[in-house]
Design a protein around this ligand. Structure first.
Ligand SMILES: Cc1ncc(COP(=O)(O)O)c(C=O)c1O
Length: 480
């Protein structure tokens, strides 16, 4: 039986290696987006569950013809979409290794080495960010879950009885503060935590989309007068739409003055900490009580791999999440408990996701990460410079990371209404999408659509940016 298993792995491994190798070899020339509609794709996959099993070879053939062909080519150097990276090969294969061991990274006993490796990568991330030895954290499915875990810590630290008694034990309405540019997961989290979406105060931003400190102070004082209890202040280190970074040090000061938990959502921008050149942009981050930091964004680790780091370490996480089910209550003298990751977040069974992060960090080293992100920021600055030279385009956000937002504004643009202005950006985005030559997105800034480019592939070079500029110019000309 095990011989058969070994033989299967060998055969499948060779076949899959051939598929992956051929796939990545064609990344630069492949259409970035399939032209198929959801309805057409539904038809391709509309088939009954087979009565008899098929061979792996047949299944892989379908993968190559149907799945790869119509997949979004996220690993392409011409994919400029959300914070989705080209994954590092070591991360891709680490995923296969993790699956073959199938550790359950929930309780230490079910994954002893996975627990140690998870603790180690968390220590590395904590040190990188400037946290002390008492800090700790947990891996999560992504930034959405990491933000929820952090906000639960914030809620439960302010009034400890809430964990057992619920919000009826809270002295007053809790309020949460973040810039109006915050990720939607913040609003969803306050809802899940029973605080109600309206408890999130979305604070206006300045001309460069950073939170306005004075507006924050004013809102806190209005809320105090109304009898609310300010609970948590959130800073953004790499806002989803623009990639910009809030004044983290000033936010830390306000949080301290107001006895608030301070959370920094560095899901994207945390990676700046690898670079001597850019890490000063995160000045003040180590004062945060908790930090969201997603390796599956700018650390090129394949999905899914998020993380939350907590300054007080396991204490705050355990207060918020620990629970001991009977079937995980063997007496080992307590030595294993601190490595039971199911106690630090909401997941029970957990994947051995630390393996791909551990391998990626060892493979790249600090210097390797610094080199790539410095190159990507420089490329984004180059892109911004090229856009500034185009007559019919205007940049609408500064480049602080590897994100650039801009608008197509042909002659007469100011004379058309806002909806038509938005439509024009969307039509340009759709024309680029239809071409298959690149993929960019739009976002909404100050209520109006803008085009958005994020460079998140370590394969992207200057020639790709030149191609993008040529494509954007060509498609925009056809629109007017
Ligand atoms: C700033 C920020 N926080 C949190 C998230 C959520 O991360 P995820 O999609 O991994 O759940 C994102 C996603 O883009 C983000 O940009």
């Amino acid at each position: 039986m095990t011989d058969d298993l070994a033989e299967q792995h060998e055969r499948l491994g060779h076949a899959v290696t051939a598929i992956v190798t051929e796939y990545v070899a064609g990344l630069d020339t492949r259409r970035v987006v399939s032209e198929a509609t959801p309805h057409e794709l539904e038809k391709i996959f509309d088939e009954p569950f087979p009565e008899q099993g098929m061979t792996a070879e047949e299944i892989f053939k379908r993968f190559t013809t149907d799945v790869i062909t119509h997949a979004m080519q996220v690993p392409s150097p011409r994919y400029y979409g959300q914070f989705n990276p080209t994954p590092l090969p070591i991360g891709v294969w680490a995923d296969a290794l993790a699956s073959s061991l199938n550790q359950n990274a929930g309780a230490w006993r079910n994954g002893p080495t996975s627990a140690m490796i998870e603790a180690r990568v968390l220590r590395w991330l904590c040190e990188l960010i400037g946290y002390g030895p008492e800090s700790f954290g947990t891996l999560a499915s992504g930034g959405t879950e990491a933000n929820l875990i952090a906000l639960k810590c914030a809620r439960d630290r302010l009034h400890q009885a809430v964990v057992n008694e619920g919000l009826r034990a809270a002295p007053a309405d809790f309020t949460i503060y973040a810039s109006e540019q915050c990720h939607f997961s913040i609003e969803r989290s306050v809802d899940i935590l029973g605080l109600g979406r309206r408890s999130l105060r979305k604070i206006e931003t300045d001309g460069a989309f950073h939170i306005r400190i004075e507006a924050l102070r004013k809102q806190i004082s209005v809320d105090r007068e109304a009898g609310c209890t300010p609970c948590c202040i959130i800073g953004l280190a790499g806002a989803t739409s623009t990639g910009v970074i809030d004044p983290l040090e000033e936010l830390a000061r306000i949080a301290l003055e107001n006895n608030c938990w301070y959370h920094v959502d560095a899901a994207y921008g945390g990676t700046l900490a690898f670079s001597e050149k850019h890490r000063s942009k995160l000045q003040g981050i180590a004062a945060a009580d908790s930090i969201t930091f997603d390796p599956h964004k700018w650390m090129f680790v394949p999905f899914a791999c998020g993380a939350v780091l907590v300054r007080e370490g396991g204490r705050a996480l355990r207060h918020a999440f620990d629970i001991t089910p009977e079937y995980l209550n063997e007496d080992r003298g307590g030595v294993d408990i601190e490595f039971d990751f199911f106690r630090y977040g909401q997941m029970g069974t957990r994947r051995f996701n630390s393996l791909k992060l551990w391998m990626a960090m060892k493979f790249m080293g600090r210097a390797g990460y610094a080199e790539v992100i410095e190159r990507q920021i420089a490329l984004t600055e180059y892109l911004a410079g090229r856009i500034d030279q185009l007559g019919d385009f205007r940049r609408v956000s500064p480049v602080e990371t590897a994100v650039c937002c801009f608008k197509f504004q042909p002659p007469g643009f100011a004379g058309i209404d806002g909806v038509a202005q938005d439509r024009l950006q969307q039509r340009l985005q759709q024309e680029i999408e239809r071409s298959g030559e690149a993929w960019i997105t739009t976002t909404v800034l100050r209520g109006r659509r803008a085009l958005r480019v994020n460079i998140n592939s370590f394969l992207t070079e200057r020639r790709h940016i030149d191609d993008l500029i040529e494509l954007v110019t060509r498609k925009s000309k056809a629109l007017v």
